[in-house]
Design a protein around this ligand. Structure first.
Ligand SMILES: NC(=O)c1ccc[n+]([C@@H]2O[C@H](COP(=O)([O-])OP(=O)(O)OC[C@H]3O[C@@H](n4cnc5c(N)ncnc54)[C@H](OP(=O)(O)O)[C@@H]3O)[C@@H](O)[C@H]2O)c1
Length: 322
């Protein structure tokens, strides 16, 4: 099969495109002929910081396509089914072999591009807000990194559940594009004081729930914005830098800090039901993921570079055709 792979961590340029052996189909495996790869924030972070456990290493969490073959113990899928697959690596290829418990059906009427974007962004946003964030209608929710994949999913889910949604992005123009998705207040993180603006928006109360997708030094401003006893979801580090929390920092605001790892949930029946519900809401037109750009798989270096440097709005996809 054609695939994208690398041997060591680094920038987009470490990735090569060429021929690798087809993946093996174990008894519980679903083999997907990939049509669309969704480039996830984690794909970039892994390439930068996580030493590949095996080489050549095929990166990528998520892709949608058609089932080509199933293992002898697979019961829920058959050849020809339209599916979305997740795994900890391997989506940047013509063939993606995933466990059955990481395979999700694409319902009738759902565009395959949209399908490819569902599990990680929408599942992560949902769990950060509701499953572990206990968001209530009327609460102030701040999404740091609102124009990215997880951010746009979070804005839609929080807004539709009755929150007052505040989001940050790198320009006023980007913030305006998020308004139709349910954003109530936008903050340009490059030019505005996040804590001061949040104080003003919340009438001095502070933010109830923060979703941090950026990490980095921005964390300090977010701590300035949160209310006493507020909740802070540690989700990602799109800045590429991992901040830490000071002992006294947590005590001063009596903060609840919780980590999110949606990958740990994705095999569960709960996650399968949740993602089926998200897919249904997409078919009904109530949720969507903007597609910023489409590249061929052979252009993975340019595609990753665009995600890293081009400030895409929503997701960047790679098209795969055998
Ligand atoms: N824990 C989990 O289970 C989980 C699941 C999914 C993703 N993640 C992580 O979450 C992060 C976001 O993922 P994603 O897929 O949404 O990534 P993405 O689509 O690449 O979006 C990242 C966003 O971060 C914003 N950003 C960058 N620097 C910023 C800064 N200094 N201050 C505020 N915002 C900034 C960018 O906004 P601008 O373009 O406007 O600058 C961009 O929209 C990644 O680090 C990913 O690894 C974690």
């Amino acid at each position: 099969m054609k695939a994208v792979y690398y041997f060591e961590n680094g920038g987009p340029e470490v990735m090569q495109y060429g021929d690798l052996p087809d993946p093996e189909v174990g008894p519980k495996t679903v083999l997907i002929a990939v049509e669309w790869v969704s480039i996830e924030g984690g794909d970039l972070l892994n390439r930068l910081v996580t030493p590949p456990p095996e080489t050549p290493f095929v990166p990528g969490y998520q892709a949608a396509g058609t089932v080509l073959a199933v293992g002898s113990e697979v019961t829920r899928f058959k050849e020809g089914d339209k599916v979305i697959g997740f795994d900890w690596h391997g989506s940047h290829a013509e063939l993606f072999a995933v466990p059955e418990h990481y395979t999700y059906p694409v319902p009738e009427g759902l565009d395959m591009r949209q399908a490819a974007t569902i599990p990680v962004p929408f599942g992560t946003a949902h769990d950060s807000l509701f499953q572990f964030g206990q968001m209530q209608p009327g609460e102030f929710v701040l999404v740091q990194g609102a124009a990215g994949g997880v951010g746009l999913a979070a804005v839609q889910l929080a807004s539709q559940a009755g929150a007052v949604v505040i989001g940050t992005a790198s320009s006023r123009k980007r913030l305006e594009r998020i308004v139709p998705f349910g954003l109530h207040h936008g903050i340009d993180y490059r030019t505005e004081d996040i804590a001061a603006r949040c104080k003003e928006i919340t009438g001095g109360k502070g933010i109830d729930l923060i979703l941090d997708l950026a990490g980095g030094q921005g964390k300090n401003a977010l701590i300035g914005a949160i209310r006493p006893h507020g909740r802070y979801a540690v989700i990602g580090a799109a800045t590429g830098s991992l901040p830490s929390f000071g002992f006294f920092e947590l005590i001063r605001k009596a903060m609840h800090v919780y980590g999110i790892s949606f990958g740990r949930e994705m095999h569960t029946e709960r996650a399968h039901a949740l993602l089926a519900d998200i897919a249904r809401r997409m078919v009904e037109g109530n949720l969507q993921m903007p597609i910023d750009a489409e590249f061929d798989l052979s252009d993975a270096v340019a595609a990753h570079r665009h995600v890293a440097e081009g400030h895409p709005f929503g997701r960047v996809l790679m098209k795969v055709g055998r």
